[in-house]
Design a binder for this molecule. Structure first.
Ligand SMILES: Cc1cc2nc3c(=O)[nH]c(=O)nc-3n(C[C@H](O)[C@H](O)[C@H](O)COP(=O)(O)O)c2cc1C
Length: 474
């Protein structure tokens, strides 16, 4: 497996202290002067309830949802990637969390045979909560070639505008683009299920997706997609060569990074990759079984998704076993490319220490006793609030396992899965009235040691959660 993750590891010695060129800051919204957004009207939020939606793997379509119409699509898009708040500095915040609030992920949809939306490739404009038509025509067959599965009425594709992230994170940007893509993917999957749509996610799309979307590969990388809705019988002809509508630059001087572009290309292949088998390890004897039992009168999914925010004002209070059980069951499926280690502080039902989580058995096995959170906080570039969080979920990968199951495409899969898990942990924490915040910035070797990860494991992402000042269930 190519060493992108190792070569972008932060070390205390290797932190050059890059500066931020504010005059060249990338604009967070794509601008197409000749392709204005087409309003869909007031969004209608789906009514699916939160805990059943979050605890079903894969997300199950809500049988009560009305057929999708313009208002339903507006609600779906708002939950998947819409604006939800404005920060003090004026930055618009969105449904998915995003490293540095830079929002590199762009959302595209290919519509076919809906009747109320023209067939073609659309780009989602979050600032208008509306799509803009980039390319008319029936492209359902072309989208299915990119994502696998049968041609569908609605296919979603996620692009990463690399410069938005490179501007701040330089060569490490690809890590953040994948984690951010996973966050948005989680929102999209939940929104699709809540709208009653069948879905077929693809975390290893085909290279031809770049051509379908008209992307310049070193500028914007296709990361993932989801085929959704009914299958369509008319797949459309092979699309001819195409020139996308003119787009304004993101900033005065957009820059690319060859290491990032090379890493991005490794997630693609000539054909879409089917989901590999990820046989899970059984929990060892003596592991503590968790029993996730959701509250009966939980909130609506849409309400929680719109209310989610990063909150770091943790208070010294532990979690009970029921809370830990729900947070972990909501975050991780029974099988997948990730390893998961949970750092718990004192004051809760479970002992302080580093625990390995076995999602297949929903069980925790203690690896190291004692509070490891201060060491984890130091490893997270001395972000000391991490040490106050009752729980930190450290997601990691065994590179040999990724390689064996998915070759070079295993890395992107694992990072997307980590972002997806992170967004779900945020949502479960929000529903329980807890705070949550992702951390992508860490000294890799220090975090691996602080979390007592298995030898050779790559730490991918840390997500901290726990009681916060002023926390209340949504
Ligand atoms: C991949 C990723 C990495 C992040 N890393 C950090 C971090 O190291 N420190 C931090 O304080 N927040 C971090 N965040 C949180 C973002 O700053 C936050 O999501 C963003 O400001 C938007 O705010 P919101 O989450 O309230 O919508 C991270 C978020 C993501 C998705």
């Amino acid at each position: 497996m190519k060493p992108y993750h190792q070569t972008t590891a932060y070390t205390r010695q290797g932190m050059a202290g890059g500066f931020m060129d504010w005059a060249n800051q990338p604009w967070p919204f794509k601008r197409y002067p000749d392709a204005p957004p087409q309003p869909l009207g007031e969004p209608r939020l789906p009514e699916a309830s939160f805990w059943p939606s979050l605890l079903a793997w894969p997300p199950a379509p809500d049988a009560q949802a009305p057929p999708l119409d313009p208002a339903g699509l507006a609600g779906l898009l708002a939950l998947a990637a819409g604006l939800t708040a404005q920060a003090h500095g004026g930055t618009y915040l969105r449904s998915p969390a995003s490293a540095g609030a830079l929002y590199p992920t762009e959302l595209y949809l290919v519509a076919s045979g809906l009747g109320w939306l023209a067939d073609g490739l659309w780009h989602y404009a979050p600032e208008a909560n509306a799509p803009r038509l980039l390319r008319p025509g029936n492209l359902a067959g072309a989208a299915a070639k990119v994502l696998g599965g049968r041609p569908r009425g609605l296919s979603f594709l996620l692009g990463a505008l690399l410069w938005r992230s490179i501007w701040k994170y330089r060569t490490r940007a690809w890590r953040y683009c994948l984690l951010d893509g996973g966050h948005l993917l989680a929102c999209l999957e939940l929104a699709l299920a809540a709208c009653g749509l069948e879905q077929h996610p693809c975390l290893a799309p085909a290279t031809s997706g770049g051509e379908l979307l008209g992307l310049t590969p070193e500028r914007e990388a296709l990361v993932a997609g989801v085929g959704a809705g009914e299958t369509v019988s008319e797949a459309g002809p092979e699309p001819p060569a195409w020139q996308p509508p003119e787009e304004e630059p993101l900033s005065p001087r957009e820059q690319s990074d060859p290491t990032v572009a090379e890493a991005a290309a490794l997630g693609l292949g000539e054909r879409p990759g089917p989901e590999p088998d990820w046989p899970g390890e059984p929990a060892p004897v003596g592991a503590a079984r968790l029993h996730p039992r959701p509250p009966e009168d939980g909130p609506a999914l849409g309400r929680v998704m719109l209310a989610r925010r990063s909150r770091r004002n943790f208070i010294p209070q532990g979690l009970n076993a029921a809370q830990v059980a729900l947070l972990l069951a909501a975050s991780l499926p029974m099988e997948g490319p990730l390893g998961a280690t949970v750092l718990l502080g004192p004051g809760g039902d479970l002992p302080a220490g580093a625990h390995r989580y076995y999602p297949g058995d929903q069980a925790l096995a203690l690896v190291e006793t004692g509070d490891r959170r201060a060491a984890a906080a130091r490893a997270c570039l001395d972000q000391m609030w991490v040490g106050q969080a009752a729980l930190s979920l450290v997601l990691w990968a065994d590179p040999a396992r990724l390689d064996a199951a998915a070759g070079e495409r295993g890395y992107a899969r694992a990072m997307l899965a980590a972002g997806r898990a992170g967004q779900r942990l945020y949502l479960a924490a929000t529903a329980l009235g807890l705070g949550c915040c992702g951390v992508g910035a860490f000294y890799d070797a220090e975090l691996a040691a602080a979390a007592a990860l298995p030898s050779g494991a790559w730490p991918l992402y840390l997500v901290a959660a726990g009681p916060v000042k002023g926390g209340a269930p949504v």
